[in-house]
Design a protein around this ligand. Structure first.
Ligand code: SAH
Ligand code: AVI
Length: 309
């Protein structure tokens, strides 16, 4: 995903009055590794909470999914949480991990193949916000289960999230379902800590995006001149992550010149937190009915099973 259209998209975002870069550019090989480190941080509650919810409710999840399904995972990353599904779901027809971070996806798929030699693993390197073709498995699945863990849905604006749910509705097909992880609104201090970890890994993840743009698209960002900021906007119900320039500077890529002022911010990520009602409303506007919601005892995070209504 390093073509001229992507370069135009990045430059366009940097020329806006409020500069922004899409969070999909976090994920080169190094970015994927840094995200994996984030998932193990003590402050980053989403991954461990979601995994706990999956473990506690696996029997019910298995019964709802049924046999001979094809599991299509959007933004599969290291497929860490997926393992527990692959171990428990009955006679999966295939596992189709979809991710933009190609090298990382193919490595993760090789590991899954070694661990599950009888499972057909069909990785797809794609930007899932654009139309992409699903590979045909050897064994005809009885149904498609779209799996979208991690609350990656939160990284999209409400409009874009609804569009993505529409894509998933299509990919799920007539008899299909969606199993999705959705982070919930809670005490803002818990959320802010998760995105301002004491080890500084989230800051490194944020700045790494600029290194990725330098390497993949020929930008000349001076990495040492940007610092990480993550703030929870309670009214919007979202973390807003930015990179702040510490001086006046000009960044170039090819013929493009971008002026960045001392103290100016580049928005790199939203991470929306939902209420259960808010997510149900959005899912319903994309054609999904929520059949089951599981949460942890502190209602930090939810896993939701949605069918086409
Ligand atoms: N599902 C994993 C990883 C979440 S990190 C988990 O829950 O821990 C988000 C993942 O989505 C990354 O692996 C990233 O590469 C991928 N991703 C983000 N935007 C994407 C896009 N537009 N198209 C495809 N993959 C994307
Ligand atoms: C992938 N996504 C759901 C993560 C999140 O929490 O929004 C990305 C992340 N950004 C900072 N830390 C983790």
């Amino acid at each position: 995903m390093t073509g001229p259209a992507e370069l135009d998209e990045i430059i366009d975002g940097l020329l806006r009055p409020e500069k922004m870069i899409s969070p999909k550019y976090f994920y080169d090989e190094r970015g994927s590794q840094l995200f994996e480190q984030i998932t193990h941080l003590p402050e980053y509650y989403p991954t461990k909470t979601e995994l706990g919810i999956m473990q506690d409710n696996m029997a019910e999840i298995v019964a709802l999914v049924g046999e001979h399904a094809s599991l299509i995972e959007f933004g599969s990353g290291s497929s860490s949480k997926t393992r527990i599904l692959l171990e428990n779901l009955i006679q999966l027809a295939a596992y189709v991990p979809v991710d933009i971070s190609g090298e990382h996806l193919l490595e993760a798929s090789d590991k899954i193949r070694l661990e599950f030699p009888d499972l057909e693993v069909l990785p797809v390197v794609a930007d899932f916000t654009q139309a992409f073709a699903l590979p045909g498995p050897k064994f005809m699945p009885l149904r498609n289960i779209v799996y979208f863990p991690g609350s990656t849905i939160g990284n999209f604006t409400h409009v874009a999230a609804r569009e993505l749910l529409n894509v998933m509705y299509q990919e799920a097909g007539e008899n299909g379902a969606l199993l999705i992880g959705v982070d919930l609104q809670k005490d803002p201090a818990i959320i802010e800590h998760a995105y301002n970890d004491s080890a500084g890994i989230t800051a490194e993840f944020n700045v790494n995006m600029l290194r990725h743009l330098n390497e993949a698209f020929g930008f000349d960002f001076d990495l040492g001149t940007y610092s990480h900021r993550a703030h929870y906007d309670e009214a919007e119900g979202r973390i807003e992550m930015r990179l702040i320039s510490s001086c006046d500077q000009i960044v170039t890529a090819g013929d493009a010149e971008i002026l960045i002022a001392d103290g100016e911010a580049i928005l790199t990520e939203y991470s929306h937190k939902y209420t259960l009602e808010g997510f149900a409303e959005m899912a319903s506007s994309a054609g999904f009915e929520i059949m089951k919601v599981w949460t942890d005892a502190d209602a930090l995070f939810s896993v939701q099973y949605c069918v086409r209504s």
